[in-house]
Write a protein that binds this ligand. Structure first.
Ligand code: P6P
Length: 337
């Protein structure tokens, strides 16, 4: 199997624009992922469970591993010198670096260093999610917020690391999606899932049905459609909801399916953050032949207004997202932005 490095170097040869910097950036994310993976795997033994005693901008308790992962990815991206600014779920403000090398960095990163971390104590898969843009601001100065407030259509790469029964790095630079599985015995990511494609149709829907009474009518009608017992090649549908976006998305990417986190009357923008949760999975879904919207418009076309803004998310198999959009347009146009 091809290693991540071999794959990156091979692809770099394919694309004239791909400077060594970009390849180095993906490589450094891989290094940080291995370090975080090691801590996650021994979390039960090391004193790294539990809360850090702080809360993040979302008002969520920060787990010790959240903070550890955040620091590791920031350190790796700073060390590499290709990144001039980072937006992280764990930091209220934009992260910039006061050093010459980073201020000449061509890229900015939006990341959720450890998504789904409430699952850590119960040994359920969690993940890191990231998206990469070229900076807009002048090289030589610190990156600024405008570098991060770009629509997803400007993204140059996105990916996730899933820390599960095996640890995988799945990413795309706009030329398809490739998955690499970590061989812990040699510490190498190996190309285990080349050119990943999400099936156009599927029979898995992922949503937290505990919120059912607050869902838009269009979502309720879509769930009812999935539960109808009319004969079809895809029936019966089933529901799978892990409570970890990366794990639910990864399963649906491989098997086909739709993940939904809709808005409600109480929270019309839903829960998930545009920059470092919805945009990256939307980029990957489209690169794998799937679709991602807020029920009405492409996630990647949303113009961000702030670093931590939220958006409803419908992402996965093309035909399933289109069917959900049909119900949203028919029953819930009042949710359209
Ligand atoms: P709920 C984890 O906190 C997360 O951001 C996603 O990983 C996950 O899919 C979702 O929130 C779970 O949210 O409200 O269903 O517990």
């Amino acid at each position: 199997m091809k290693t991540l490095i071999e794959f990156i170097n091979e692809k770099q040869a394919d694309f004239s624009y791909a400077t060594g910097e970009f390849s180095r950036l993906v490589h450094d994310i891989g290094i940080a992922a291995k370090i975080v993976n090691r801590e996650i795997n021994k979390a039960g033994i090391a004193d790294i469970f539990g809360n850090e005693g702080t809360v993040n901008v979302q008002g969520e308790e920060q787990k010790k591993l959240d903070v550890f992962a955040n620091n590791q990815f920031i350190k790796a991206l700073k060390h590499g010198g290709m990144v001039c600014a980072i937006a992280s779920e764990e930091n209220d403000e934009l992260i910039t670096f006061d050093n010459e090398l980073s201020n000449r960095g061509k890229y900015v990163v939006a990341m959720d260093p450890l998504d789904g971390s409430s699952n850590i104590e119960v040994n359920v898969s969690i993940g890191t999610v990231f998206s990469i843009f070229r900076r807009l601001s002048e090289s030589g100065s610190s990156g600024d917020v405008t570098d991060l407030l770009q629509p997803g259509t400007k993204m140059v790469a996105a990916g996730y690391v899933i820390y599960g029964s095996s640890t995988m790095l799945v990413y795309s630079t706009g030329y398809g999606v490739n998955g690499f599985t970590l061989d812990p015995s040699v510490g190498l990511f190996l190309l285990s899932h080349p050119e990943m494609k999400i099936p156009d149709g599927g029979n898995i829907y992922s949503i937290n049905e505990a919120n059912y009474i607050y869902f838009p009518e269009g979502v309720k009608e879509y769930i009812r459609y999935c539960q109808e017992d009319e004969p079809s090649s895809l029936r019966p549908y089933t529901t799978r909801y892990i409570g970890s976006l990366v794990a639910d998305f990864h399963r649906n990417l491989i098997r086909g399916g739709i993940y939904m986190y809709p808005g409600t009357k109480k929270n019309p923008n839903g829960k998930l953050r545009l920059l470092y949760e919805c945009n990256p999975v939307a980029f990957l879904a489209e690169q794998a032949g799937g679709k991602a919207s807020d029920g009405f418009r492409r996630i990647l076309e949303i113009q961000p207004e702030s670093l931590h803004q939220r958006t409803p998310l419908f992402v996965g198999s093309k035909h399933m997202v289109e069917k959900a959009e049909y119900f949203m347009n028919y029953f819930s146009r009042d949710f359209k932005k």
